[in-house]
Write a protein that binds this ligand. Structure first.
Ligand code: ARG
Ligand code: ZN
Length: 889
């Protein structure tokens, strides 16, 4: 069944209030649902009321207290003969469900004896019959009843209005959420939990109670989450003038969760991975992720909850905007300009490696999709990350002040409503009538409707006689599944021009009165456009797409000298980093094309990298990024026919050379950075730890091939002595990635030390699954680990760490010439399909790029896909992914 955007119809009924009473029991929970319903006469007077439901046992339906006739149609509960006018009536529905059997983790489920809910996108219908769509917004009052000893804490959205004892050791809590909300934002939690609490006084003098609930024993790992929440609240006030609108704001952590976290109104539910952090158990990356996800969910309170989506095709309305906001939050928290730039580069790297691949594969879809079979399959990098880039381009085109005005207008117009991506873009444009965004709005909105990544070809022509420099930009967008003709996008290209010695050249466009500037943003809106700069005294080196000003693939013919100029001198850290990546990519791809397994790094390249590594003015985090070769996945993205083994061989060969050629530099780097002092997770010290970790990895890798055994010993020592997880894990990874024998000693010790820390065990499984393959030994090792007593396929974090750690994070081990990796993949998709369709569908996507594979990989991949496709009981989640993968390209 395909749902189409063009088929949207307003709801036939509204549900103004909902009163829910839960008798919580893991085996059989009883749910009484009393709704005040009225007909939406604007949508007609005839229609039946069709309520969504899934996996429910229906016991009773009453209309205004009277037994009512109803029928079931395709899982929906259908009531006819309702009032034809808009007079309200009371509808009461009594159902039961089985939370402990709910391995889908959608709707009401239990995790280690605690009840949780996950309702986005369509989980509420697994709790009760309802109009489970985001444009039906209601005021909720929720009573929870449960055994007091087993479930001392009872939480739902909004304010606690009453609590007390009941008979037989039971108790109750009654919650009221004053804000209207769609059903996907409903939540409840019940169990044995403890909370870190903090009262804050907001700018406007209002008092708020903040709580972070976790299992007893985890409390000391919640400090960072609480600080991140406080910082998020302050940031949204300062940057956007948006205040916390609730007396109480709660975060609850669960170790069984399909996604990262969920922004339920006033009661955010999080994967433990994004709440718990201590220096002993979490890395700097984990600390950063906690900050960013806490921010993301908090920012949803306005962008998502106060203004929500009309329908699920508009998902990026809240997700793209909220990712943009959490990215900006993390950048502002990072402090310095260079730390901001590091965060930007990391975000771009994720987008280009994974979202560009999505845009080029069978699941390509626009930021605002036109159709879906299963909405859960559309919580994608395109909706989130590309969606954030679209918001970022608007921000670029109207400026920071203009964007803030646009957001203000957006809330003036739509607060309390369920709206569309068009509404958002219109508000930003209307607040900035003079902007390029407003001038080009209909065309700009193609970013919402067209799938695929635009490619931009840039060619420069210097005319010495005329002292002009003409930059010709051409854009193309290839067809994507179901979308063959594409039109020109609006592409902001931020740029600068440099002399060969790295000086910025003032830019003035021909015929333009504006004074020359050192940096500017050109707006490419036609298929091809030429921009001529005047008074250019020498052939410039163009620095294009600064800050990654648009989500496009840029092609330009820069020679080594020009790349060197950019890498050494560009004022824009992104373009500077990109020069290193372009250069490395060219070397790698040339070797692959030449069939050269033992390529050599050109001395000019290693010297340029050495300069960066030794530059006292650059941040360690930035050096770490420059000194990282493009990933195998990213390289595969640049190649038409992919042999993952060749990519791995070439990249590993160059990595070994980078380790050898810069050995003295790596030692100096280690000496300067390894003493990381008292642990604080700030960006600057995190960068130092990252660079020290890289140096140690390089030195360990080098001595695994050379005589010298000092560095593996040092790595082992560091692994044992480290006072924080970042240093400890980096040292362990260095041994594992060098496939050094000491890894076999360190891994069991690591397990022993952290056997009671679920999130650390995830790292232990993931690291082993992603270790470099030696003669095909990783797959058997993964299969062995599947039998480990600590492995549990029902726990999504654990399943992801081991299975995805192999299929998604270890291309050379996964893409085996004998196809055994794909067989393993098919086995696990089939196993997970019976347990948790959402996790299974994510795993199914590991084969997205199979059509690009070289033989024999491609034939084996097709066999594996066909095997999954032939399964009788395939969830619609997995079915959609597999069908699209196998559809003729
Ligand atoms: N809205 C959540 C977030 O981005 C994600 C929920 C995903 N849910 C799902 N069923 N796919 O913060
Ligand atoms: Zn979100």
């Amino acid at each position: 069944h395909i749902v189409r955007r063009e088929d949207y119809l307003p709801p036939a009924f509204w549900i103004d209030t909902v009163e829910l009473t839960f008798d919580l029991d893991p085996a059989k929970t009883r749910v009484l649902n009393k709704m005040r319903v009225r007909r939406n006469t604007a949508a007609g007077t005839e229609q039946a009321l069709r309520l969504d439901g899934e996996d429910l046992n229906l016991a009773r339906v009453l209309v205004n207290g009277q037994g009512a006739t109803f029928k079931m149609d395709n899982g929906q509960l259908v009531l006819s003969n309702l009032p034809v006018d808009d007079s309200p009536f009371e509808l009461e529905i009594f159902t039961t469900c089985q939370p402990e059997k709910n391995t889908l983790l959608s709707g009401l489920f239990t995790s280690q004896g605690t009840f949780f809910t996950q309702c986005e996108a369509e989980g509420f219908r697994r709790i009760t019959y309802f109009l489970d769509r985001p444009d039906v917004m209601s005021v909720y009052t929720v009573t929870l009843r449960a055994d007091q000893a087993l479930y001392p804490v009872l939480l739902s959205n909004g304010n606690l209005i009453k609590e007390g004892q009941l008979e037989e050791g039971r108790h109750f809590a009654k919650w009221h959420d004053p804000f209207k909300k769609p059903s996907y934002l409903f939540a409840l939690v019940a169990g044995k939990l403890v909370a870190r609490e903090q009262t804050i006084i907001a700018r406007n003098g209002k008092e708020h109670l903040l709580q972070v609930f976790v299992r007893p024993g985890d409390l000391e790992k919640t400090e960072h989450a609480m600080q991140s929440l406080i910082a998020s609240i302050a940031w949204d006030e300062t940057r956007f003038g948006l205040h916390l609108d609730l007396d109480r704001f709660m975060i609850v952590a669960t170790s069984d969760f399909n996604m990262g976290a969920m922004e339920n109104k006033g009661l955010n539910i999080f994967n433990t991975k994004f709440v718990l952090a201590s220096q002993a158990t979490a890395t700097d990356v984990d600390f950063g992720n906690v900050e960013s996800v806490v921010g993301h969910e908090y920012f949803h309170n306005w962008t998502g909850n106060r203004i929500t989506c009309r329908d699920w095709f508009q998902l990026s309305l809240k997700e793209g905007l909220t990712v943009f906001r959490d990215q900006e939050f993390s950048m502002d928290m990072a402090g310095s300009d260079s730390a901001r730039a590091v965060k930007r580069i990391e975000d771009v790297r994720l987008l280009r490696t994974n979202q560009f691949a999505e845009d080029a594969g069978p699941m390509a879809h626009p930021v605002r999709p036109d159709s879906y079979q299963e909405i859960n399959n559309f919580y994608t990098l395109t909706i989130y990350e590309k969606g954030a880039e679209v918001v970022r381009m608007m921000h670029t085109l109207v400026g920071e002040q203009g964007f803030r005005k646009g957001i203000t207008l957006y809330f003036e117009r739509f607060d309390g409503q369920a709206v569309t991506c068009d509404d958002f873009a219109q508000a930003i444009a209307d607040a900035n009538p003079e902007s390029e965004l407003t001038r080009l709005l209909p065309q700009f909105k193609r970013w919402y409707s067209q799938a695929g990544t635009p490619h931009v070809q840039a060619t420069g022509l210097y005319d010495e006689m005329a002292q002009t420099y003409t930059l010709r930009l051409t854009q193309t967008l290839r067809p994507t599944p179901g979308q063959s003709d594409k039109q020109a996008s609006v592409i902001p290209v931020k740029l600068g021009l440099l002399t060969r010695s790295g000086q910025a050249i003032p830019m003035q466009l021909q015929g333009e009165a504006d004074p020359a500037t050192l940096e500017r943003t050109l707006v490419l809106s036609e298929a091809q456009q030429a921009f001529t700069f005047v008074n250019v005294a020498q052939a410039p080196v163009p620095s294009l797409l600064r800050g990654f000003s648009a989500p496009v693939v840029l092609h330009q013919q820069l020679d080594d000298e020009e790349l060197e100029v950019l890498l050494e001198h560009d004022s824009d850290p992104f373009t500077r980093w990109e020069a290193s990546q372009q250069w490395a990519q060219r070397i790698i791809i040339t070797a692959i094309n030449d069939g050269n397994d033992t390529p050599e790094l050109p001395p000019r390249f290693t010297q340029a990298l050495s300069k960066v590594l030794n530059d006292p003015l650059l941040d360690a985090a930035f050096k770490d990024l420059v000194l990282t070769l493009p990933s195998e996945a990213y390289i595969a993205e640049q190649i038409a026919t992919v042999n993952p083994q060749r990519i791995h061989t070439v990249r590993q060969a160059l990595l070994a050379q980078l380790a050898a050629a810069l050995q003295a530099d790596w030692q100096r780097t280690w000496d300067l950075h390894h003493d990381t002092g008292a642990y604080t997770p700030d960006a600057l010290s995190a960068g130092r730890r990252a660079l020290a970790g890289k140096a140690l990895a390089m030195l360990t890798l080098h001595s695994s091939t050379a005589e010298d055994t000092i560095w593996p010993g040092k790595a082992y020592q560091r692994f044992k002595d480290a006072s924080n997880m970042t240093d400890r894990f980096n040292a362990l990874s260095a041994l594992v990635h060098a496939r050094h024998p000491l890894a076999a000693k360190a891994l069991p010790l690591f397990h022993q030390l952290f056997k009671n820390e679920a999130l650390v065990l995830d790292k232990w499984f993931q690291l082993q699954a992603s270790a470099p393959d030696l003669d095909g030994d990783i797959l058997p090792q993964v299969q062995q680990l599947m039998k480990h007593p600590d492995f549990n396929i029902k726990n999504p974090n654990r399943a992801r760490s081991l299975i995805f750690g192999f299929t998604n994070a270890n291309p050379a081990a996964f893409h085996r010439e004998d196809g055994a990796g794909y067989q393993f993949w098919a086995d696990q998709v089939i196993a997970l399909n019976a347990i948790n369709a959402q996790v299974a569908a994510r795993l199914a996507r590991a084969m997205d790029a199979w059509r690009k594979l070289d033989e024999p990989f491609k034939a084996h991949a097709e066999t594996a896909l066909q095997r999954v496709a032939a399964q009788e009981k395939l969830s619609k989640d997995v079915r959609e992914i597999i069908e699209k993968a196998l559809a003729p390209a």
